[in-house]
Design a protein around this ligand. Structure first.
Ligand SMILES: Cc1ncc(COP(=O)(O)OP(=O)(O)O)c(N)n1
Ligand SMILES: Cc1nc(C(=O)O)sc1CCOP(=O)(O)O
Ligand SMILES: [Mg+2]
Length: 199
């Protein structure tokens, strides 16, 4: 499986639609703290928008709602997949990306045969507090050797310039939140990301 190299992560379905209009073709919907009826509506809106654009939606965390909505790709952290029915997800044809931050997590992730492995945080991130020190670029090369043909996603503190370094270091795909959704000119910034990640 190949992934688009530009992987924006956004907080609601309106942002998904914006990113689609700007040219993104792989988008994660990462919604925290939202009541379930509204969450379902957001997932369905994002699903339909991505389907109409021929883009790939990845639903973060909410694997059961993604399954109910007929989505086909979820992202799970280490805590998320403990309670997840991976067999049911696989039976439904769901693809799964998994976060990793150290070797033990990578071993647990690979045991689930994920469709991609994410490594982070590559650089310090403002988005959330995490106990891991920034991984740095050398870790990307190491992780790429360990994950083999499986796509490797780099995440955490990425800017356009840093994303380019991650790709050179061996990442197949670069994921970003803040440098798009908190940027004063997100449309222009998405253009810069698209240019930097174009093959
Ligand atoms: C591409 C990508 N990589 C890592 C994460 C983080 O997932 P997780 O550790 O479950 O943390 P939350 O995003 O759920 O706070 C991700 N979402 N996407
Ligand atoms: C959601 C997330 N997960 C990470 C991990 O390392 O697993 S880093 C991260 C935050 C990414 O946001 P930004 O691009 O603003 O740094
Ligand atoms: Mg999660």
């Amino acid at each position: 499986m190949t992934l688009d190299r530009f992987y924006p992560i956004v907080p609601d379905a309106d942002w998904v639609e914006r990113l689609l209009a700007w040219g993104a073709r792989l988008i994660q919907l990462r919604i925290k703290d939202c009541p379930e009826p509204a969450l379902r509506t957001e997932i369905e809106q994002a699903r339909d928008a991505c389907a109409a654009a021929g883009a790939q939606l990845v639903v973060n965390d909410h694997w059961q709602l993604a399954l109910d909505a007929g989505c086909d790709f979820v992202h799970l952290g280490q805590e998320d997949f403990v309670g997840a029915d991976i067999a049911a997800l696989r039976r439904a044809g769901m693809r799964i990306g998994i976060s990793t931050h150290d070797h033990a997590e990578l071993d647990r992730a690979l045991a689930k045969a994920p469709d991609y492995v994410a490594l982070g945080p590559i650089y310090p991130t403002q988005l959330k507090q995490m106990p891991w020190a920034p991984q740095g670029l050398a870790r990307i090369a190491e992780w790429k050797r360990l994950v083999g043909a499986r796509p490797l996603v780099a995440i955490g503190g990425l800017t356009v310039a840093r994303a380019e370094l991650c790709l050179v270091a061996g990442a197949d795909c670069v994921a970003v939140v803040g440098d798009i959704v908190r940027h004063p000119d997100p449309s222009r910034q998405a253009d810069a990301w698209l240019a930097a990640t174009r093959l």
